[in-house]
Design a protein around this ligand. Structure first.
Ligand SMILES: Cc1cc2nc3c(=O)[nH]c(=O)nc-3n(C[C@H](O)[C@H](O)[C@H](O)COP(=O)(O)O)c2cc1C
Ligand SMILES: *[C@@H]1O[C@H](CO)[C@@H](O)[C@H](O)[C@H]1NC(C)=O
Length: 434
């Protein structure tokens, strides 16, 4: 955002509305900073009131055209122009684990100048797969295939992170090299799960428990994947530590039943995750590393008896590595009437974490604006509605209606349908509001 010099002379060169708009954006940004500052230190109440009322004056003048989600944010060395992040979304259209040219259009449609995008879960090795046609990043061919996709995002000014992923026991023999057993921290199998369509049942093979001395090899697969992601041009990586996949399997006490240094205590259960972080930080630098965690989730029978302790232990440990961001998933939303209620229980972790905080799960425009202006999070990641609205930041800016997402086409292999055919806003129908 460029502010005009706020001296009186420059007012003459702007029209009054424009000037008030800039002033109000500036006071909103300052207000946001003050709210965030308050989380970490105590501003005496009297000074705080004075500060806020001063800033509130500016805000009041043009409150209707300032959208907290659309304020800029500096994430490490990245200058983000707004707070709306594309959440990682598996689309299962990467035939033979190789990213395809149709992903160029898909990601560039969802790119805005200064916007952050997180690529779909991308598997780190041939043992890491559990779903058909998910992209990988362990072969030369895969790295080369990512390059034009990353280039297209950069051409439009986007910042692009690659989510690197190992499914662990959420797999079966058919996805594994030589039909071997999937690997995990445990040999406890997952019970068959009903697919999102409510009809298909997915079955999983009994996993093989990794031996202690094999674990560094898996850590190394993550390290190599991160190096490959940087080679493909990505700005950084997001370690997939959420949703019941391998890293989460180690962390959660419902799954991890090990008796070596990778199981038992909280410290031991988090060891694998932190070794992955350490290896990647060492390989590409902390300023390019994020991680996604879902301490409260119990997807894939991966729950924990004390999610808050787990989340807090992790963010405090992550602080020591100085990584760029922590991306946390809200507990499962509850439907209250026709509105989903977001539990907002991530605050202790947000307060303890020193880097950028991203929250995800069930957010809409209104909830997103609320959590940005209260300082609950720095950025908000949007999944389903960004999937269905390639121009989501623009729609939020204009408060325009949204396309509805179609669950039936989330995971079909079609290169267009449900993928690149969600419509943009008509270019001229909202110009009056801009
Ligand atoms: C089609 C689809 C694919 C997803 N794939 C991933 C994934 O690859 N990695 C991940 O961490 N989360 C994945 N998620 C979860 C989303 O990133 C997000 O957390 C979830 O959809 C909740 O956010 P929302 O309410 O904004 O959709 C996926 C969700 C959907 C609907
Ligand atoms: C995190 O930030 C707090 C507050 O600014 C500071 O006291 C602490 O030393 C930081 N931790 C690390 C590991 O950098």
């Amino acid at each position: 955002m460029n502010f005009p010099a706020l001296d009186l002379l420059s007012v003459e060169t702007l029209n009054l509305d424009e000037f008030l708009g800039h002033l109000s954006m500036l006071s909103l940004s300052l207000l946001l900073s003050i709210n965030t500052l308050q989380l970490f230190c105590t501003i005496p109440p009297k000074e705080l009131r004075t500060l806020k009322s001063l800033l509130g004056k500016g805000q009041h003048m043009a409150a209707s055209d300032t959208v907290p989600l659309l304020t800029p944010y500096k994430m490490g060395k990245f200058e983000l122009s707004h707070r709306i992040v594309l959440a990682p979304l598996t689309r299962q259209r990467s035939y033979g684990n190789v990213p395809q040219p149709h992903a160029i259009l898909y990601y560039s449609q969802r790119t805005s100048k200064g916007g952050l995008l997180i690529a779909e879960g991308t598997v780190v090795s041939d043992t890491a797969q559990g779903y058909p046609e998910t992209p990988g990043i362990w072969t030369r061919e895969q790295v080369e295939a990512w390059k034009p996709i990353v280039d297209a995002v950069h051409e439009k000014g986007g910042i692009f992170f690659c989510q690197i992923w190992h499914v662990g026991r959420v797999s079966n023999y058919n996805f594994q090299p030589n039909g071997q057993a999937p690997i995990s921290c445990t040999d406890k199998p997952l019970t068959p799960q009903v697919r999102a369509n409510g009809i298909d049942v997915v079955t999983f093979s009994t996993p093989r428990r990794l031996r202690t001395e094999e674990i560094p090899l898996v850590v190394n697969d993550f390290r190599t994947a991160a190096r490959n992601a940087i080679e493909a041009g990505f700005d950084g990586v997001e370690i997939h530590g959420a949703h019941g996949y391998l890293i989460d399997q180690f962390m959660k006490d419902q799954v991890n039943d090990r008796t070596d240094q990778y199981g038992g205590s909280l410290e031991n259960r988090c060891r694998f995750a932190l070794e992955v972080v350490e290896a990647i930080v060492d390989e590409i630098g902390a300023d390019r590393v994020g991680i996604r965690l879902s301490p409260y989730a119990s997807y894939m029978e991966s729950g924990d008896s004390n999610p808050e302790a787990l989340g807090l232990y992790m963010v405090n440990a992550l602080n020591k590595y100085g990584i760029l961001y922590c991306h946390m998933v809200e507990p499962r939303m509850k439907a209250v009437g026709d509105k989903v209620e977001i539990p907002h229980t991530l605050l202790p972790m947000r307060k303890a974490f020193n880097g950028t905080f991203i929250a995800a799960g069930g957010y809409d425009r209104e909830e997103g604006n609320k959590v940005i202006s209260s300082g609950y999070t720095d950025l908000v990641a949007y999944g389903r509605i960004f999937l269905a609205n390639p121009d989501l930041p623009r729609r939020f800016q204009l408060n325009a209606p949204l396309n509805k997402y179609n669950r039936d086409t989330f995971y079909i292999p079609d290169p267009v349908v449900g993928y690149t055919d969600y419509p943009f806003l008509e270019s001229d129908s909202y110009t009056n509001n801009e």
